[in-house]
Design a protein around this ligand. Structure first.
Ligand code: C5P
Length: 261
């Protein structure tokens, strides 16, 4: 498990390279890891990964690949070449797709003589709840059992872990053990708005609002940073509570203080 500061990955969901580098420069010295997702990668491509790595940040490339096995294998190969330390695919892409991803990462890392990136399966997005699973996607099961099912597939395919909300960490740890890497987004400050039935355990329960998310908050299965780490997350992903704060560096420091207890 990484040490506390290494467990925080800041989601760089910004409009382009200039905004990303401005943010990285503000966070430098406080935060050591960042997450580059679809918005920034679509705007700036591999240059965004390069800019973060040049500044000493470890990069989680969160492009949630979901395609036929051959295409995903090719994308994972290219991501490994970019030198990211972690990447992900949608577990809903199935066993064959995830196996192809795992094998491509292993082979590319071997060819380049670099460590294989941590490869994760995305289970159920933290913006979805049981109602959405059932009424929209036709999945008649609890969020927890669907997360466990997808995580089991990810493990069987040779991936290293999964992305899941704080609410599923306990059962995931029980079923897949300590070495299974769990990355948790949907982090909101203690004192944030309450979201999503059913009630999580107290440690995972936000209370009243302190940070407004611009445009409204789309996350549903949320927890505090310390709640997620105490529940057993290896890494937490925090975006807008840091990036949209008036002082992102101070907001990141506050999250780290919270993690140190
Ligand atoms: O701004 P916020 O803290 O909600 O950002 C969360 C980040 O984590 C976003 O970049 C989002 O794409 C990502 N993510 C997520 N849920 C997942 C996987 C990734 O929210 N299951």
């Amino acid at each position: 498990m990484p040490e506390r500061a290494g467990q925080l990955l800041v989601a760089l969901d910004v409009e382009g390279l200039d905004q990303a580098t401005t943010l990285l420069d503000k966070l430098s010295g406080v935060v050591t890891g960042c997450k580059i997702g679809n918005q920034l990668f679509t705007a700036a491509g591999p240059a965004a990964v390069e800019a973060a790595r040049k500044r000493g940040f470890r990069v989680f490339l969160d492009l949630k690949y979901h395609d036929i096995p051959n295409t995903v294998a090719g994308a994972v190969r290219e991501a490994t070449r970019l030198g990211v330390f972690m990447l992900n695919v949608h577990a809903g892409g199935g066993l064959g797709m995830m196996r192809a991803a795992a094998e491509a990462a292993t082979k590319a890392a071997k060819d380049l003589a670099v460590p294989r990136p941590i490869c994760l399966g995305v289970t159920v997005l933290t913006s979805l709840d049981r109602h959405a699973l059932d009424a929209e996607l036709g999945i008649v099961s609890t969020v927890e059992s669907h997360v466990l099912r997808l995580a089991g597939l990810a493990k069987a395919a040779g991936l290293d872990g999964c992305v899941a909300s704080a609410r599923e960490i306990g059962p995931l740890r029980l079923q897949f053990g300590k070495k299974f890497v769990i990355v948790t987004p949907g982090i909101r400050p203690a004192g944030g708005p309450r979201h999503g039935p059913p009630d999580p355990p107290t440690a995972l329960r936000p209370t009243e609002s302190v940070t407004a998310i611009p445009g409204g908050d789309d996350q549903v299965r949320t927890a505090t940073a310390s709640g997620a780490i105490e529940a057993g997350a290896d890494y937490i992903v925090v975006g807008r509570p840091i990036t949209a704060a008036p002082n992102p560096k101070a907001a990141a420091q506050a999250v780290l203080e919270e993690l140190r207890g």
